[in-house]
Design a protein around this ligand. Structure first.
Ligand SMILES: *Cc1c(COP(=O)(O)O)cnc(C)c1O
Length: 393
């Protein structure tokens, strides 16, 4: 065995020692507010299934009907022979829903971010990112080879300083400012309107990763671009995912006809991978119909969020200022966070501990997520159990 392979074991032991070791839970039920683990039932506050669509009867039916017609696998990449009618229909529907000229499906959000940034930027270009951006945006920036500028979270003055310096030295560079619409571990919404203004001033293209906003944020659920009323000119690159509020899998990028055609020509994570199963596209189309037709799902989720924040306010937790379904309690220390998560598990609640490097060192947290499938009684239970364990923080 190679020497380095035999050194993996001590490295893993060290990670365990630092309380940073990751382990998976194996669910024996569908995603939802109640899940089963090793034969026990748990109240689940960890999924991104914000609208409760992952196990929705009509989404399941749409998936099944598509399997009857199209089979299971797409069988090829989109550019070869894997692009089928459900993919095409979903792209058209997503373009319309986001108010963009075109949309392009990717197999995952991670691949979409990598594919966009690597196709649109090269070595002499500049990618500007919020420090708390999702790993897939950071990795996409690195893969492009462009100069990476990171500004402190939501700090527009810092951003302005960085751009001021950079513009002088990179006059002809292509520049993209990429940002999470809803920050995945904090739950706050990026100030996209102010960012669009700054982008205008410095000739930068704004890109939003709306993984946690698409389907839930905005009057119609069309995400952060709708919330801030930003059209394709002001916000030219929109990435959304279909595995969170849509309850399915996959992702898309929406924008101008020319931008999408450029991605089709050059985006390696689009070109060199098998197309999403067509049934996923059919299921996502059904989710989109539900999102359009049932605003009461978003309203119920919003009511739960308001209720949770009112109740948690009376307990001694460090709650972040978030108006979205992501409601983190920052504990700080990884060991304490893990202990609290395990105590909640014993009490029948599933709330995952999020630790570095997913979040900055010293900001380990319980990432509570609420969904439209939760009831007020389930929030009461969460608050009760948190009250009983506040001594652990
Ligand atoms: C989940 C997530 C992604 C990745 O999307 P997948 O479809 O799960 O690969 C990208 N960006 C953000 C902000 C996310 O939360």
């Amino acid at each position: 065995m190679s020497r380095w392979l035999s050194e993996l074991a001590p490295a893993l032991a060290a990670r365990q020692q630092e309380k940073l070791y990751r382990q998976r839970l194996t669910l024996s039920t569908a995603q939802g507010p109640l899940v089963h683990l090793k034969g026990h039932e748990y109240l689940n506050f960890s999924s991104n299934d914000y609208l409760g669509l992952a196990n929705h009867p009509s989404v399941i039916s749409a998936f099944q009907a598509s399997v009857e017609q199209y089979g299971v696998g797409a069988g090829a990449s989109h550019l070869v022979v894997g692009h089928q009618q459900p993919h095409e229909q979903l792209e058209l529907a997503l373009a319309e829903f986001t108010g963009r000229e075109r949309a392009l499906l990717f197999s995952s959000g991670y691949m979409a971010n990598l594919g966009v940034l690597k196709a649109l930027l090269a070595k002499d270009d500049v990618i500007i990112q919020d420090k708390l951006n999702h790993a897939s945006l950071i990795d996409g920036g690195l893969a492009s080879g462009a100069q990476l500028l990171r500004y402190r979270h939501n700090d527009l003055d810092h951003l302005d300083q960085l751009l001021n310096k950079s513009v002088a030295t990179n006059k002809n560079a292509r520049k993209i400012l990429a940002v999470d619409g809803v920050f995945s571990m904090d739950g706050d919404i990026a100030p996209l309107d102010a960012l669009a203004d700054i982008c205008d001033r410095y000739d930068v293209a704004l890109m939003v990763d709306d993984a946690h906003g698409f389907g839930v944020v905005g009057e119609q659920g069309a995400g952060c671009s709708e919330h801030f009323d930003l059209d394709q000119k002001r916000l030219p690159i929109v990435m959304g995912t279909l595995g969170k509020a849509f309850g399915v899998s996959g992702a898309f990028v929406a924008g101008s006809h020319e931008m999408i055609e450029t991605l089709i020509q050059y985006s390696r994570t689009y070109i060199y991978t098998t197309a999403l199963p067509p049934a996923c596209a059919a299921a996502a189309l059904q989710s989109l119909d539900i999102i359009k037709a049932q605003p009461e799902r978003r309203q119920h989720l919003q009511d739960l969020i308001t209720y949770f924040r009112k109740e948690i306010n009376d307990l001694d937790f460090n709650v972040l200022p978030s108006s979205t379904a992501i409601q983190p309690l920052v504990i700080g220390d990884s060991e304490k966070t893990l202990a609290l998560s395990q105590a909640l598990l014993k009490a029948g609640l599933l709330v995952t501990a999020i630790r570095p490097p997913t979040v900055p060192v010293g900001t380990a947290r319980l990432r509570i997520t609420l969904t439209a499938a939760h009831s007020f009684a389930q929030i009461d239970r969460l608050i009760d159990v948190l009250r009983q364990h506040v001594n652990l923080v």
